[in-house]
Ligand binder design. Structure first.
Ligand code: NAD
Length: 441
């Protein structure tokens, strides 16, 4: 089989590479010429564990190629996946200009039956807009070429994207014809070996499934953060409460970790877009509005603890930050809580020295030289007044606290992800602040 994947970002590159891995002939297309030139030299635009090797292997076997030329790349394809960005517009709704530009381009160039698959996260009704855009272009050309539009939302997690794609919990596909269903079934057959379900449904339901999934996950996070904040006020320990509720199978133990708020390229924008879709259609998503409110507030929780500890005077203090990306194992800085915390510290005249295993280059795009970047986690600590654990990379989980304590000026740890043991740190002479745990003095 042969496919084109249009948009070679996190989703498009992983999708194209994983399809190539199972033997499908894939062309990844992007309008960013530099990105494509680099990919041809096996220089990847993103960090994703295992991806570089997989791209190299499949490119070498000539199953995976890169191009800026959609017109020739889609000829003879069974399907074209649209995986371009859908950033939030000013009103919070998903901006479909990139998706529809690709749809038009497909309409201008396709010459035989094609399943056009939206993999980007798009609101209910987008498939119809994609269909209309293609039909208009075919009409301009005066040709009548059959095609179908399918919706195939992507559920991969950055940092574990390859595993998620190769061994998915489920694959959701919205189709409106038997012909499109057969193509999608054939494409995904190699991924179903271990009983992973391929769920076919109508197109609007598939489009809604992606938003409902992300909205549910964001809700779990904000709910747990709300509980954590109350635990702190009431003298309870959210780590205990989490274990206590997580053992109930109806609740489950995943995604109930409190922290400093969700970020990334998906949850904030998808929650916003769903609220917007609802309000455009006369319905109010009350739960999701609160989910957003709690999340905004949570990004300041660590900063408020810092302000409190230093009696409001942060001028001239040095803060060491471990972790910048919005979550571990990615270099994605979009909507990262670290950005909010750093900005607040800088506004108070503090100095920030940060270290992240892979995201420092990406962070520099938004932070520039406003902060210092450490060579490693320990160098970051030299003469620091406090350590802030912001992203729970595995290498930060068990540092040598004897070394940490020698390097720092003050032995204070603000743990934004509750990865350290408060008692252990207190015994080592540190003042420890977590999220939703009682402050021990
Ligand atoms: P991204 O910004 O990393 O990549 C988008 C790519 O599309 C860019 O390389 C851009 O140059 C390219 N592009 C834009 N217009 C184009 C055009 N006309 N022709 C060809 N290429 C074009 O985006 P992403 O994070 O991969 O997200 C893509 C979509 O997938 C979004 O809708 C997002 O919500 C969704 N999604 C993302 C994730 C994730 O974890 N990143 C997970 C699931 C779903």
């Amino acid at each position: 089989m042969r496919i084109a994947v249009v948009g070679t970002g996190y989703v498009g590159l992983v999708t194209g590479t994983c399809f190539a891995e199972v033997g499908i002939d894939v062309t990844c297309i992007d309008i960013d010429q530099k990105k494509i030139e680099n990919l041809k030299k096996n220089i990847l635009p993103i960090y994703e564990p295992g991806l570089e090797e997989m791209v190299a292997r499949n490119a070498q076997k000539e199953r995976l190629s890169f191009s800026t030329d959609l017109a020739t790349s889609i000829q003879g394809c069974d399907a074209a996946f649209i995986a371009v960005g859908t950033p939030p517009g000013e009103d919070g709704s998903a901006d479909l200009k990139y998706v529809l530009a690709v749809a038009r381009s497909i309409g201008q160039n396709m010459n035989s039956y094609l399943v056009v698959v939206t993999k980007s996260t798009v609101p209910v009704g987008t498939a119809n807009k994609v269909r209309k855009a293609i039909e208009e272009e075919l009409e301009v050309r005066g040709v009548d070429i059959p095609f179908d539009v399918a919706s195939n939302p992507e559920f991969l997690k950055e940092g574990a994207a390859i595993d998620d794609f190769l061994k998915p919990d489920r694959i959701v596909v919205g189709v409106c014809s038997q012909r499109a269903q057969e193509v999608m079934k054939k494409l995904y057959k190699p991924f179903l070996m271990n009983g992973h379900p391929l769920i076919f449904m109508d197109v609007p339901s598939a489009e809604m499934t992606k938003y409902a999934a992300n909205a549910m996950l964001a809700t779990k996070i904000s709910f747990m953060n709300d509980i954590a904040n109350l635990c702190e006020i009431m003298g309870a320990d959210v780590n205990m409460v989490r274990k206590g509720i997580g053992s109930d199978v109806r609740i489950g133990n995943k995604f109930i970790y409190p922290g400093i708020g969700y970020g990334g390229s998906c949850f904030p924008k998808d929650v916003k877009a769903l609220i917007r879709t609802a309000s455009e259609n006369g319905y109010e998503m009350k739960v999701l509005k609160s989910v957003e409110d709690v999340n905004e507030n949570q990004k300041s929780v660590l900063y408020n603890k810092i302000l409190n500890h230093f009696s409001g005077d942060l001028a001239g203090k040095t803060f060491a930050i471990w972790g910048l990306s919005f979550k571990p194992k990615t270099d994605d800085m979009r909507e990262a809580p670290s950005l909010v915390i750093i900005q607040k510290l800088l506004e108070q005249g503090a100095k920030v020295r940060a270290y992240d295993p892979v995201a420092m280059k990406e962070a520099q795009h938004s932070l520039g030289d406003s902060i210092e970047y450490g060579k490693d986690e320990y160098e970051t600590l030299i003469d620091a007044d406090a350590l802030l654990l912001v992203t729970e990379w595995p290498e930060f989980r068990s540092p040598n606290f004897n070394v940490v304590s020698k390097l720092m000026k003050e032995k204070v740890v603000f743990d934004g992800r509750n990865i350290y043991d408060a008692t252990d740190l207190n015994e080592k002479g540190f003042t420890y602040y977590g999220i939703g745990v009682k402050q021990q003095v």
